[in-house]
Design a protein. Structure first.
Length: 323
């Protein structure tokens, strides 16, 4: 009888220890509670300060040099996953439905590489809070992988935010609302393959910023240590609709080398940091007056090589990149 009681008591622990050969921290949300399971050999590297609360707070020790995987599942209408650390990690979404009425649904305060592995169908919804930038908020650089679906409803700021670059290598991402940009990141954005659907952004569909003008690199080989503000789409499917700003805005260049783009590709803005918008020669009506950067007026209907020009239409003048 005593052994049975001890066994029952052990099962009631929300934060439990599993076998030392299991490298994964699991978090299962269930309404107002969450069960966090930490392997025995990780207890000196990962700590949970939230107890049984559905607002999960995990701290990854700075001494760790091992990549830790966090598997999130279950559902809660008043919960959050918060993880703080200083070494790369994997976040695996495995059938998670999570709403945080007062902040981000997923808040990764880790400035290293975060692999977001999307499995099954997952939905994240946020609420008003000024201390974060996205329903999915990541302090580091985010690599999206997996064959599942992630739905995001951004009620406060950006839908999907990464303070550094984003690479999208698979999965399906559906952003159905965002008070600011659907996706916002710094350094660069690279869509290798997969499906992204953005609708209802009250600013840009996707915006890519330079992290720091002083450390601007331009494009680099394999994007190693790149801080270009560039947008790259190599393959996959990108749909952007019902937005208020630009479909795609980048502080650097915008490149479509493959895949399917379901939006107006003229509604983009390259070199946004310099205030230079991008247009096609086909967009010129012939009514504009064009000047080169030396202020020399160019003949109407002239064949123009790609470059930066001054364009005047009536009393309005602006600098543009003609592609």
């Amino acid at each position: 009888m005593k052994k049975q009681l001890l066994f029952l008591a052990a099962t009631l622990w929300a934060v439990s220890l599993q076998a030392a050969d299991d490298p994964t921290v699991t978090v299962v949300f269930n309404g107002a509670a969450a069960t966090v399971t930490i392997p025995a050999d990780l207890t000196n590297l990962v700590s949970c300060s939230s107890g049984t609360s559905s607002h999960v707070k995990l701290l990854q020790a700075s001494s760790t040099s091992n990549e830790i995987t966090y598997v999130l599942s279950g559902n809660s209408t008043d919960g959050e996953f918060y993880m703080e650390g200083s070494y790369k990690a994997t976040i695996r979404l495995n059938g998670l439905t999570l709403t945080n009425p007062k902040g981000p649904a997923v808040n990764i305060q880790n400035g290293k590489r975060i692999k977001l592995n999307v499995l099954e169908t997952n939905t994240l919804t946020d609420g008003a809070n000024d201390t974060y930038n996205g329903c999915f908020h990541c302090k580091g650089h985010t690599e999206v992988t997996g064959k599942g679906t992630l739905n995001i409803v951004g009620n406060a700021k950006h839908g999907f935010y990464s303070k550094e670059y984003i690479t999208f290598k698979n999965a399906t991402l559906n952003i159905t609302a965002a008070q600011k940009d659907g996706i916002h990141c710094k350094e660069f954005f690279y869509l290798e393959k997969g499906t992204i659907n953005i609708s209802g952004a009250k600013d840009d569909g996707i915006q890519v910023e330079l992290d720091d003008e002083a450390t601007k690199t331009g494009a680099t080989k394999d994007h190693e240590d790149e801080n270009s503000g560039n947008f790259y789409m190599e393959d996959g499917k990108l749909t952007i609709a019902n937005y208020s700003g630009k479909a795609v805005k980048a502080d650097g260049a915008i490149s479509f080398s493959g895949g399917t783009q379901n939006f107006d590709k003229t509604d983009i803005q390259e070199n946004a940091a310099s205030g230079i918008s991008s247009i096609l020669t086909d967009d010129l009506t012939g009514e504009e007056t064009l000047y080169d950067l030396q202020g020399r007026q160019l003949p109407k209907n002239a064949t123009l090589p790609k470059g930066i020009y001054l364009i005047k239409n009536g009393k309005k003048a602006k600098k543009v990149l003609i592609r």
